[in-house]
Design a protein around this ligand. Sequence first.
Ligand SMILES: [Zn+2]
Length: 416
Amino acid sequence: MADISFWGGVGVIGSSKVLIEQDSWRVLLDMGLDFSPKPDLFRGRVAPRADHVLRDRLRTGGAPWLPHLYRPEAVARLDLAGGSDERTALFITHAHPDHMGLIGWVDGEIPIYGSPETQRIVTALEDSGMGCEGGRPALKTVGNGASVTFGPFRVTRLPVDHDIPGASGYVVETDDGPVAYTGDIRLHGRHPEWSLAFAEAARGCRALVIEGTTLSFGFQTREPSEREVDECFSDIVGSTPGLVLLALNPTNLERVAAFLMICHTHGRTILWPRAQAQFLQLLGVSATAFDSSQLAAIHREPHRYVVQLTMRSIPDLLDLPVGPASVFVYANGEPFGPDDPDWQVLLAWLRYTDTPFHPIGTSGHASPRAIHRLVGLAHPDIVFPIHSEAPARLIPPSETVRWLPERGGRRFPLRK
Ligand SMILES: [Zn+2]
């Protein structure tokens, strides 16, 4: 008899951790860090203590209190068994920290699976100094449509569309029927057919676990397409007389490629913070790192450059030719949206430097309408909305039961 429990992503966006158990075998889907501002005690200048990071996360509920998951030394002096029980496997949907930020703590004997692209991105993040806390994780890869048999489970990985390459959904076959998990998913990106095929593959499943990020923001129906974002960026780059500043998540490799092409067309070079340039170079992207020796050239010809900023590099605005002739293009980089405490800090810097702010970009997450379409296609017996501040806004189709997950390990039986 199989059951399912939720160790994150309950009433919050991010931090997804979905546990499926049967006959003492376990499949854990995602192991994300908690980024939500409301319950997260570690925000801004308050960080876990350097020599107690995992312990501080475990004691505040930010890491799941599960035995035989972590390296023994990481849970020493806690009443929690470390090391592998050889009956646990971890599957990661994509390389965003709110889905894999805790895998650096996982015991080395526990297999961690993901797509080949996820493995490449995780490796490049590690090698450019932007890796996971805890330690360097080792991922095993699963091809598109391929399955892993683990104990009584068969786990199949399928591609879905999100704002990072390699995003995946999983279908876990249990004795009580298949459980499908979308990870993060959307229909307005460059590959809607992947997300639709995933919903088809999940059709009639016993349970569907679906992300409901955009339900948090009401019932707005439309997100711009990635093509519209590209067109908007092209217009801005072409019409701005001075320097263009940019905030783009470098792991959104398809948008990076599109923006590089647009800048090339307009005779501009994108300059990246050093670690991000290194990350992109490791993935075969030709990216130029920013350093202060380029300042004279940027002042001479600001219209030939785009400077990507992170919160750490924001003070570079003091040295750059910014002001009313330049523009700050926010395209889903840092800070991570208006709920991020750094959002107001960014706006204060732009006001101080008299630099116009132009948000473009589009969500990595399905609109409420698209979420309902995906649930309707899958038509599961049970739907669990997670990764949302308003999961109750998901209205299930007839004959589907909606269960609202509870945090902290309440086990929902999957038996009919
Ligand atoms: Zn997410």
